[in-house]
Write a protein that binds this ligand. Structure first.
Ligand code: ZN
Length: 94
């Protein structure tokens, strides 16, 4: 009877996660929604560039939020809304 059926060099089947810790879902959600709550947007951006899992999550969330906005009834804007939005867009990136 042979006993040389040992599995040598098996690296395992479960792939390790791309990062030791992903960005928390709550921070990703705030990032996707453009909320100012997250402490470090730059850190999240860098993680999204390297991590397809989190990037896909954010992209999916952004798309679903966009669809929700399109489906929502039109709302009346206040007088200074356009200037407020443009000021936010023109703000320099950190
Ligand atoms: Zn990740």
């Amino acid at each position: 009877m042979s006993t040389d059926q040992m599995q040598s060099g098996a690296a395992g089947t479960a792939a390790p996660p791309p990062h030791p810790s992903h960005t928390p879902t709550r921070a990703l959600t705030a990032y996707a929604l453009g909320l100012p709550a997250q402490p470090d947007t730059g850190e999240i951006s860098r993680h999204l560039e390297a991590c397809g899992t989190c990037a896909a999550f954010v992209a999916e969330l952004e798309e679903s939020e966009g669809r929700r906005l399109l489906d929502s009834p039109p709302a009346e804007l206040w007088a200074g809304a356009l200037g407020f939005a443009l000021a936010g867009i023109a703000r320099p990136q950190p």
